[in-house]
Design a protein. Structure first.
Length: 323
């Protein structure tokens, strides 16, 4: 029997898969395991199923001699030292595809929410301040017919673009690799360089991976290009945005607002950002639907089962693994 550690509670269906091949220990507490505490739990395990807030370092990997696979429950894997995993011969997997639609849905919730000041209005009513209709109460901005700029046109970016068709928006995008002409016609999108996209778009939503090249993809220079009545939405990776620069631009009114589900130094948030009214700040819930989280956990579990039973991983992000 294999020894498997799961760093957080997961769907019963996924847990059952793991229990069929090994002894499974689940970390049931809310506090995130990292550092020495995480090493103490995994150093004798054959596999670990991690969450995006578990930092799997070289120190952890090199001191876990039985380890064969780290199955990350998330599309991103920047929380894992991939180079170290490859050096030590481990396989690392992620859970792509299954969270595309949920994240695209949340992106649209943020677009509509920030434009129509939904959170502000809800707070106003809950505080007992609503005394009747007024013509100037919580005036927002239209979404229908506006220009949507998408930075990163992978699976999620494309799903966001598909939803924009229903709002008759003009959709422009910037991506490292341009889509085929056929795909552009299908999505009804137009390629545009990043600077022009930032200058012209009414809503800018980010769906790029986090790499050395994309760190602070949106910084002071980029924010300066945005229109004063434009909004920034980020459901991708926190460090893609220079959060301090964003705070300064929001506070000064240089852009209309921002809606964030992820943060540069998560879970910490730049001082002052919480006090701004022209923001929506969510607790990293892009994939937080029952269906999606279940599918993510099941895919992570299937990767572990495959590797431990001598089969190929389904969604590897490393070049090889120890058998």
């Amino acid at each position: 029997m294999f020894n498997i550690f799961v760093t957080s509670r997961i769907a019963d269906s996924a847990l059952k898969m793991l229990q069929e091949i090994g002894n499974v220990v689940v970390w049931e507490r809310e506090k995130t395991l990292n550092g020495q505490a995480l090493l103490n739990k995994v150093k004798d395990k054959d596999a670990i199923l991690t969450m995006v807030n578990n930092n799997v370092t070289d120190e952890i990997l090199k001191n876990s001699p039985n380890l064969k696979i780290v199955a990350n429950c998330g599309v991103g894997f920047n929380n894992i030292d991939i180079a170290a995993a490859e050096r030590h011969g481990f396989v690392v997997t992620n859970t792509p595809d299954v969270l595309t639609e949920a994240t695209a849905d949340l992106t649209w919730a943020l677009i509509l929410g920030i434009a129509r000041r939904v959170v502000e209005g809800d707070t106003f009513v809950r505080e007992g301040k609503f005394t009747g209709w007024l013509p100037h109460l919580f005036i927002g901005n239209m979404v229908y017919g506006k220009k949507l700029g998408i930075i990163g046109m992978g699976r999620i970016g494309s799903a966001v673009a598909e939803r924009a068709l229903g709002f008759h928006m003009e959709v422009v995008y910037f991506n490292r690799n341009r889509l085929s002409k056929e795909r552009e016609r299908e999505l009804q999108v137009q390629y545009m360089d990043k600077e022009q996209l930032l200058r012209e778009s009414d809503f800018i939503t980010i769906h790029a991976p986090l790499t050395e090249e994309t760190y602070h993809l949106i910084g002071r220079d980029e924010l300066k290009l945005m229109k004063k009545d434009a909004y920034l939405i980020n459901t991708s990776r926190g460090p893609l945005v220079d959060e301090m620069a964003l705070y300064e631009h929001l506070k000064s009114g240089n852009i209309a607002g921002a809606a964030l589900d992820v943060y540069e130094h998560e879970p910490k948030i730049v001082d002052g950002l919480l006090q701004l009214k022209n923001t929506i700040l969510l607790p990293h819930i892009g994939s937080a639907t029952h269906e999606t989280r279940t599918q993510m956990a099941e895919l992570a579990a299937k990767n572990i089962v495959n590797v431990l039973t001598g089969k190929n991983p389904m969604t590897p992000v490393t070049k090889g693994w120890r058998k």
